[in-house]
Design a protein around this ligand. Structure first.
Ligand code: UDP
Length: 455
């Protein structure tokens, strides 16, 4: 590092307190730390990453400000993020100001990197004349969609999105996405999503955007995004390969690894819907029937709270435990990366969160795609029709469809083809983060960009 950057060598990270956002930003912290930067993580009091030994070199600070108990109980994830932005804006400015006052001569703050949903950070960075960098935890295509949606005629967009006849048609200018694949959310009305997206993509005053993706997956969307945003865009992923950093907010049940050790190679279907998706009892039962009838072993993550009822699976009808007892293994939370890497795992039934998508492709595991909301729909469409490493299970869940889907992925030749494609992509992703690879170079360009900003 040169003289000037040696002085400006601290990077401030502001994560959104949700599993799918915390994990990649902590990985980004590790990647930047390996480039010689010190890392300060500003956390809210919700879902804090512990300063465990994995992050003992990072400095953790808390942004004061809390939501009321009623808000915490009643707000969905999107309203939670909006409220958090209101509650944290002033206090973050104060905390950042304090950090800058206390900084040493050889440890000045080089920039603020914030999760795109924590956009209050931008105002504080600007006030202190620091470069502010947006970190997107979704794919570049979803970012592009948000940017396109924020610019279209609002009234027409809102009407079109409610028009059932349009849903299977291609959305103009976003091939191969259909209206129904756009990153709208199950967590709130389309009007509030549109408002939120306008705030998120308001990158006008940001200095750069970092995206956890790789050129080999999304070169067209990346090139277009670069033109749209007119600030540098750095695709530096997949971060879980470039800089793994364990940051699970929930306790992992490792007993499933012992269970996997007893299964035949590539025979098991791993099922997980991530940290936020919900399932109805009826669908859970259809799935259990279909899985049982497929005769394939399965490891199923059922997160407490993801199905109706105060308890865990105790709240499901009695037939559930009979259906899953023979070939299934159920846990509340799994060490997902280790599971996907396990030789017994042959396929992944996923909600297609971006981390799960990258983790699955990164291990060469083909997927059954059952998106729940927002960018997951974009990822599912790309998994099926661009990367050909999975297929979507759309519409009402029905036990016969579930059985057919499991066999299609784990038994049929088509599944074998998807596995080959996934392995090809795995190799490409690995080379992109190796020295000389596109993501590795992009990270170096980002470091150079900070160097230029410091001079
Ligand atoms: N995950 C995990 N254990 C589980 C389920 C999920 O460790 O049992 C991790 C997974 O590896 C991924 C994250 O939780 O890194 C989920 O992020 P994703 O973007 O896929 O979905 P989200 O939770 O944001 O919907």
């Amino acid at each position: 590092m040169d003289e000037k950057l040696v002085k400006k060598r601290r990077i401030v990270l502001v994560p959104l307190p949700a599993q799918g956002h915390v994990t990649p930003i902590m990985q980004l912290g590790k990647a930047l730390y390996s480039k010689g930067f010190s890392i300060t993580v500003f956390q809210t009091q919700y879902n804090r990453v512990s300063s465990s030994k994995d992050f003992s070199d990072f400095h953790f600070l808390t942004i004061p400000g809390s939501l009321t108990e009623t808000d915490l109980k009643n707000l969905g994830p999107l309203q939670f993020a909006t409220k958090l932005n209101q509650v944290c804006e002033a206090s973050f400015k104060q905390c950042l100001g304090q950090l800058l006052k206390e900084q040493g001569d050889d440890d000045e703050v080089a920039c603020v990197v914030y999760d795109e949903y924590m956009h209050f950070s931008n105002a504080a960075a600007k006030e202190f004349r620091l470069p502010s960098v947006v970190f997107s935890t979704t794919c570049a295509t979803a970012f592009l969609c948000r940017s396109v949606i924020a610019k279209v005629n609002v009234d027409k967009f809102l009407t079109d999105m409610k028009d059932l006849e349009l849903q299977d048609k291609l959305f103009p200018g976003l091939h191969p996405l259909r209206y129904k694949d756009l990153p709208t959310s199950a967590f709130g009305p389309i009007e509030s999503i549109h408002r939120l997206y306008s705030e998120i993509v308001n990158t006008g005053t940001a200095s750069a955007v970092i995206i956890n993706t790789a050129n080999c997956l999304e070169s067209t969307s990346l090139a277009r995004l670069q033109r749209e945003l007119q600030i540098p865009v750095y695709p530096i992923g997949p971060l879980h390969i470039a800089a793994s950093a364990p940051s699970s907010l929930l306790e992992e049940d490792r007993s499933c690894i012992e269970w996997l050790n007893m299964q035949k190679p590539r025979s098991v279907l791993y099922i997980s819907l991530g940290s936020l998706a919900l399932m109805e009892t009826k669908d859970t039962l259809e799935m259990a029937w279909g899985l049982r009838n497929s005769n394939q072993p399965f490891l199923w993550v059922i997160r407490p709270g993801s199905i109706p009822g105060p308890e865990w699976t105790e709240s499901l009808p009695e037939e559930f435990s009979k259906l899953v007892s023979e070939r299934g293994y159920i846990v509340k939370w799994a060490p997902q990366m280790e599971v996907l890497r396990h030789p017994a795992v042959g396929g992944f039934w996923s909600h297609c969160g971006w981390n799960s998508t990258l983790e699955s492709i990164g291990e060469g595991v083909p997927m059954i795609c059952r998106p729940f909301t927002s960018d997951q729909k974009v990822n599912a469409r790309y998994l099926e029709s661009v990367w050909s490493v999975g297929f979507q299970l759309e519409g009402k869940l029905d036990k016969e469809d579930v059985e057919r889907a499991v066999k299609r992925l784990l038994v049929d030749e088509e599944g074998e083809y998807m596995r080959k494609r996934a392995i090809e992509l795995k190799e490409k992703l690995e080379s992109s983060v190796r020295s000389g690879g596109s993501s590795c170079c992009s990270l170096d360009y980002f470091v150079n960009f900070l160097r230029m900003k410091s001079s």
